[in-house]
Design a protein around this ligand. Structure first.
Ligand SMILES: *[C@@H]1O[C@H](CO)[C@@H](O)[C@H](O)[C@H]1NC(C)=O
Ligand SMILES: *[C@@H]1O[C@H](CO)[C@@H](O)[C@H](O)[C@H]1NC(C)=O
Length: 340
């Protein structure tokens, strides 16, 4: 009895809410006025847009926003577009300075962010895009860094395009876990081919991944590597960074060797000299010689400690003699080997 009047009474409000809801849904599902829409596809190419269109149909699978003036991608609006498979934002002025991710775009397989103003890629940037196959980042000259873990969550990636960016280094680890990666475009970057680049250049040559225009991909820095293709740079770096010794190093090594040699010779000579001085019967002081002769006739009768001492000294002098002969040999060899 009661609810009928109440429902009748409140029905205008209900209708307003319903109408608003309908309008919102309709807006959400209707094509943005600047763009053209076909089945599941919204095309806003080259419409001088400065802001992201707010009324993109939620079921859209393909969204083209290329050649506009978009400075950023709005997180919230984008997070509703969970049917999106293909997103083209190329030729805009997108920066994504914040730790950006693409929440909700769980079905996205192709993302084109080429020709924008991206500066770096972190492990968060694409962390939500687990289905991504193709990523186009080419033509972002301000992009100087791609973090090692940047594609950690994008294990399906098959194509990556970073042609024409500002990269001077990349780490092989960035791509090593991408088992499905087939094509990686890295041309026209200011590659800095110093020793830090060696590991990456080695990986470039041994991996199965294809690098289109690899022969034309060249180093920019340092000066003496400028213009060298990355393939040639690898061999050059291998020589420069792994086996190369500077002239100072050779001098240092020679000096150390000579010191060891001199020290050894000196010690050998000293030990030999002392041994001879101590045991030579005629050079011995008179009283010790007599005592030695009268008490102990021969080595076997020397006291135990004396015997040990003698044996040690004999051994020492033998070693020393061997060493000095060796060094003399080395000396002669050096003399023979020395250029006339
Ligand atoms: C963006 O990249 C995709 C694939 O990488 C390509 O199909 C598309 O044509 C590109 N957009 C423009 C405007 O070149
Ligand atoms: C990336 O996009 C550019 C145009 O913005 C296009 O020329 C290039 O072919 C695309 N790269 C790939 C791998 O599709």
């Amino acid at each position: 009895m009661y609810f009928i009047p109440i429902s009748c009474h409140s029905s205008p409000l209900l209708w307003v809410i319903l109408a608003l809801g309908m309008k919102w849904v309709e807006e959400a599902l209707s094509c943005p006025p600047e763009c053209s829409c076909a089945k599941w596809q919204v095309n806003c190419r080259g419409k001088k847009l400065r802001t992201f269109p707010t009324t993109i149909p939620l079921a859209s699978k393909k969204l083209i926003l290329a050649q506009n003036n978009l400075p950023r991608l709005p997180l919230v609006t984008m997070s509703y577009l969970n049917e999106l498979v293909h997103l083209d934002c190329s030729h805009n002025i997108i920066t994504m300075d914040l730790e950006f991710s693409f929440p909700g775009l769980v079905k996205l397989t192709s993302l084109n962010l080429s020709y924008n103003k991206l500066t770096h890629i972190t492990s968060f940037t694409f962390s939500q895009l687990s289905e991504l196959l193709l990523l186009n980042l080419s033509g972002n000259p301000l992009m100087v860094k791609i973090m090692e873990q940047a594609f950690e969550k994008n294990s399906h990636l098959r194509y990556i395009d970073v042609n024409n960016c500002g990269l001077s280094y990349l780490s092989a680890e960035t791509f090593q876990k991408l088992d499905r990666l087939r094509i990686l475009k890295i041309k026209d970057n200011p590659w800095n081919c110093d020793c830090k680049f060696l590991a990456f250049s080695g990986w470039l040559i041994h991996t199965d991944i294809k690098f289109p225009d690899f022969e034309d991909t060249t180093c920019t820095k340092p000066e003496k590597m400028k213009g060298l293709s990355l393939r040639k740079a690898k061999f050059e770096l291998h020589y420069l960074c792994l086996v190369h010794l500077r002239p100072q190093d050779f001098i240092y090594i020679c000096l150390v060797t000579f010191c060891i040699f001199l020290g050894g010779t000196l010690v050998a000579w000293l030990v030999g000299f002392c041994t001879v001085m101590y045991y030579h019967p005629r050079l011995r002081p008179e009283h010790t010689r007599n005592r030695l002769y009268s008490k102990n006739k021969g080595l076997s009768r020397l006291p135990a400690n004396r015997q040990t001492c003698q044996r040690t000294t004999t051994w020492l002098s033998l070693t020393a003699g061997f060493y000095s002969r060796l060094s003399n040999g080395a000396n002669q060899w050096e003399l023979l080997g020395a250029p006339a």
